[in-house]
Every structure is written in C-alpha cells, then in structure tokens.
Design a protein around this ligand. Structure first.
Ligand code: ADP
Length: 568
C-alpha cells in the first residue's frame, strides 16, 4: 500500500507539473512576442502625446524621440514613398505610410521578415500623418527590428524558466514522494491496526477497541469499528444468554429432547433423553428412529406408549427444516396411576355392592319372615352390613381427601407412651392379652395425635383380625437412629414374602386373608397418613409365625424434653 500510494502521489504530481508546464510555455512565448509588440504600440501613443500635441513640434524633437528609443525614423511622402528627412537606412512596412495619410491617423503594423538579411526578425512600423511645408501627404515613420538576439534573449529567459520549472518539478516530485510515503505509512499503519483489531474481534475478543483521536476518515472508521464492537459484544452477550437460557431449560426439562439431522443422526440430546436412551434397549432406539423418519415425511407423529426397559415412554416427533425433533415423556407413573384409578373405581364399586346386596337381601327376607328370632338375626345382619358400608364410605372419603391434600393436620407434641396406653384401653373390650413394652425417656414427637391414633388402630385391628383369638398382641415403643418406633406384633397367619410389597396397595388382600372381614384399604390409608406425617410404616412377617408392623416417626431435631426431665 505504501509503495502504491507513494507512486500515486509522484505520478499525480509529475503529471500536474508537466501539464502546467505545457500550458504555461506557449503562453509565456506568446506573451513575450506580445510584450514587444505592445512596447512598440506605446511608441505611437507616446509620439502622439509627447510630440504631436506639443507646441514645439520640430524635426530635432522627432529625432531625439526616435534616438532615445532606438528607432529608425524619417518623414516620408506617401505618394511616392520618398523619404524627405530622417535616417538614411530607414525601412518600413509597405502600406503603413499610405494608410496613415489616407486615414489621417497613426497606424502601426508588425510582420516577421520572410527573407533577406533580416529574415526571421520581427519588423514593426508606426506612421503618423504630419503636414510639412511644400510637401503634401507626408507622415512621420518610426521603424524597428526585433533581432535574433531579442528572440534569443526571450528563449534564454524561457529556457531559464524551463530549468527552474524542471528543478521545481523534481523538488515537487521528491516532496510529493516523501509526503506520499509518510501519508501512506500513517494511513497504512492505522489501517493495519484496524485490520488486526478486526481479526481479534473475529476471533471472539469483543473487548477489542481502537484508540482514535484524529478526526479523519480512518478515525471515523475506527470510531465505527468501536461502536460495531460494542454492538457485537452486546448482541453476542444476548445470544450467549439466550443460548444459556435455552440450554438451562433443555437441561432442566423432565422430558427428553432428541434432535436429529437429515440422516437421522443425533445432533443434540438433553440429559433426560440421554438417561432414557441409556436405560432402554435396541427395540426402543429402533422405534424412535422409525418415528423420527416417519415425521420427516408425514408431519408430527405421536406414539403414546413405547417400551423403554422398565419405563413407558410417550414419543412425540415433529419435522424440522434440517432434520426432526422428538420429545420423550416418561408416562410410566401416569399410566400406573391411570390403571390404579380404574382398578380403584372397579374395586370400590365392587366393595360397595357387597354390603348393599346383603342389605337388600335381608330386607326382602325380613318382610316374609315371621319368626321373631330369625328377624332379629336378619336385623343384626343388616346392622353389620350398614356398619361395613359406613366404614367403607368413610375410608374411601378419607383416602380421596388425603389424595387431594384436603386434610388439615394439627401437629402438636405427643408422648407416644400415652398413646399406647390409650390404645390398650381402646382394645381391652376384645379380651385379648395386650402387652406393652415401653423404652424409658423416649422424647415427645411432633405429630397429629388423632391421625396417628387412626393409623395405629388400623394396625391393631389387623393384628387382632389375622391372629387366633387368645393369642397375644404386643405394643412396643423404642428409639432407633433418631426415630421413635411404635410396633404392633401378632402371632397370626403372617404374610408370604412375595406379597409383602403389595399389601399397602389399595384393595390388595393377601392370599388366605379372606377368612377375616376386610376391604384391603386399611394399610393403604395408614401409609398415606404416615406419608403426610413425615413418617413411614415397615413390615416384618413370616407365614404362620406372625407379623410386626412398625410406625417410624422422626424425633424432632430440637429434641423436646424427655418426660423424666419435664416431670423433674
Ligand atoms: P384388610 O381390610 O383386608 O385388612 P388392609 O389394607 O388392612 O386390608 O390389609 C391388607 C392385607 O394385608 C390384608 O388383607 C392381609 O392380607 C394383609 N395383612 C394386614 N395386616 C396383617 C396382619 N397383621 N397379619 C397378616 N396379614 C395382614
């Protein structure tokens, strides 16, 4: 760039110098000639004003006028061109004298002498009519020749001007070259700086700025660069933020997102999608690919249930310009709840039907029965069926209210020992041996006493129901790993191990439990209550040996004072 700019400066300057010289030279030449002509023209004017209008208009004055200006002079008769007075070698341009006399005014003319001794010289003649006694039609004539030397002088002057012009041109070229180089260096250095800054900006350094103080085009370019860098930085920041936000949304999504290109190769997957894909088998991968491929040709596709290992995944795929996108939603729990709901409704209606049928049967029979004793039996049957119906309705209602979080739990400090004593009192009427084992100084727990009482009542009911009359039921309270444990143990039929995980499901009844009256809802309700109280129920059971159901309640961290301390 420097070389080019320097060369350009010199070229322009050289061209300007040559052009100027070419224009000026003929003007100078012309003006030289004109200057001599003009000088001669003044002869006439001066003659008019100095001599003719002077009262002392005499031959000696004309002579001295001509001599002082180096002119030939003479008084010539126009008629025959006869010089009456004057220089013996007077010469003049033909016709000038005649014209002056004829027009009665001063006339001048100049010509280049074509040949002869004075060839090439410029001859200038001035004639002015005068009246001479005894001679008519006379004129004063002045004549001169601009000789070779005059022209040479002019040429010399021109040559001198030429050499000065040449020198000035060379100097101008040199100065232009230096100026061009300096200017080019300055500009190119600033432009290179701009280029480097632009490279750094392109590499992602958005804090790159140009220091610019000079208010010229490069300066404005620098300022524009700076404001572009600021805009880029903020735009890039926004894009980054959006990207992060989008990434965070994708990462935090509970649904899996899989994006594929035209060849169905994955281009992105969020963590949830990776989890699903890693835990599923080849069948699921193949199905997913099929659905993605289908969506590319026929628009959005939904597969409501695809097996992915032990999970059920809903796949929704949609085409994208450059591929396709699939949303993977784990619907295992949803489907389980749906199925449980349907089963619950079927079971509930079945359970409600049983006592209702019993009631309607008793009603029909009681109408025709006259025997008082039998009628009394029927009435007892109706009372039991009604009670069963009431219990069932209450349990169902409690469960649905717990499901809907519509139960208010009133938490307070409770000494579990007191609750166990109360339970024993409640079940004394059964006549069964109820034994209490209480560890000393178990602190109070923060709980809802009524709900906990309900839970333990269910466990007591079951312990009594599923064991032989006369066998004991043990109530135990102790501490273990920061929890208070209340256990209800019987020596009844027990529960086979494979069935144990299911006994908390709604309406589930273990095999062999049909000998006792029940609906399969008691443990489900008890467990639901314990979840809401922040505790849990554990079971240990052996068929024919008995079962122990334990309620685990966390002891509060600030540990309420133990009874001994409170009482002391
Ligand atoms: P149910 O109304 O049938 O007692 P639960 O929900 O209380 O319903 O109990 C579910 C099932 O768990 C019972 O049907 C029974 O098979 C089993 N079960 C519960 N408690 C005991 C126990 N103490 N001994 C043996 N089996 C029990």
């Amino acid at each position: 760039m420097r070389v080019w700019l320097t060369a350009l400066f010199m070229l322009v300057t050289g061209f300007a110098a040559v052009t100027a010289y070419e224009i000026v030279r003929p003007i100078m030449e012309d003006s030289l000639t004109r200057a001599s002509e003009a000088a001669f023209d003044q002869v006439g004017e001066q003659f008019e004003s100095e001599i003719v209008r002077n009262p002392d208009f005499s031959t000696p004055r004309i002579k001295s006028f001509a001599t002082s200006r180096g002119l030939q002079w003479g008084i010539v008769r126009a008629e025959d061109g006869e010089p009456l007075k004057g220089d013996p070698n007077l010469d003049w341009i033909p016709g000038v004298v005649e014209k002056a006399v004829a027009e009665r005014r001063g006339v001048s003319n100049s010509i280049r002498v074509p040949s002869g001794e004075r060839a090439g010289q410029i001859q200038a003649t001035y004639a002015s009519p005068i009246t001479v006694p005894n001679a008519e039609g006379t004129a004063v004539v002045f004549n001169t020749f601009y000789t070779e030397s005059d022209v040479r002088n002019a040429e010399k002057a021109l040559d001198r001007i030429e050499s000065i012009a040449l020198l000035a041109g060379i100097l101008a070229l040199f100065i232009a070259g230096v100026a061009g180089y300096v200017a080019a260096t300055l500009i190119s250095r600033r432009v290179s700086r701009l280029g480097l800054a632009a490279e750094r900006l392109a590499a992602g350094n958005f804090d790159e700025r140009i220091k610019t103080h000079i208010e010229d085009e490069v300066g404005y370019l620098g300022a524009a660069f700076n404001s572009m860098a600021v805009s880029l930085k903020s735009a890039f920041g926004q894009v980054e933020q959006e990207k992060k936000r989008g990434g965070a949304i994708l990462d935090g999504m509970t649904d899996g997102v899989v994006g594929v290109d035209r060849d169905l190769e994955p281009v992105f997957t969020n963590p949830r999608a990776r989890e699903i894909l890693e835990s599923s088998g080849l069948d699921f991968h193949t199905r997913l690919q099929e659905i993605l491929a289908k969506s590319r040709y026929s628009g959005p596709v939904t597969e409501p249930e695809a097996d992915a290992g032990d999970r059920i995944i809903e796949i929704r795929a949609a085409p994208l310009e450059e591929g396709a996108l699939a949303i993977l939603r784990d619907v295992t729990e949803e489907r389980r709840i749906q199925r449980a709901k349907s089963a619950f409704i079927a079971n509930a209606s079945h359970e409600l039907k049983t006592p209702l049928f019993a009631l309607s049967g008793y009603l029909e029979m009681i109408e025709d029965e006259e025997d008082e004793e039998v009628r009394a039996d029927f009435l007892e049957g109706m009372r039991v069926a009604t009670e069963r119906l009431q219990n069932l309705a209450k349990t169902l209602l409690d469960l649905s209210r717990l499901d809907a979080n519509a139960v208010t739990f009133r938490m307070e400090e409770l000494y579990l020992e007191d609750l166990l004593h109360e339970l024993r009192r409640d079940f004394e009427y059964t006549g069964r041996p109820l034994r209490l084992h209480v560890e000393k100084d178990v602190p109070a727990v923060e709980t809802d006493p009524n709900q906990l009482h309900r839970t333990l009542t269910i466990l007591m009911d079951n312990a009594l129901k599923y064991s032989e009359g006369g066998s004991p039921v043990d109530l135990d309270l102790h501490r273990e790993n920061g929890n208070a444990i209340v256990s209800v143990s019987d020596r009844g039929c027990g529960i086979p191990e494979p069935e144990q995980p299911h006994i908390f499901e709604r309406f589930y009844r273990a095999e062999g439990s049909s000998r006792a009256d029940g609906t399969g809802l008691g443990l489900a309700l008890a467990q639901e209550i314990m979840h809401h109280l922040g505790g849990e129920i554990r079971v240990q059971s052996k068929p024919d040996a008995g079962s122990t159901f334990s309620v685990v309640l966390p002891l509060s961290e600030k540990a309420p004072l133990s009874r001994t301390l409170t009482h002391s």
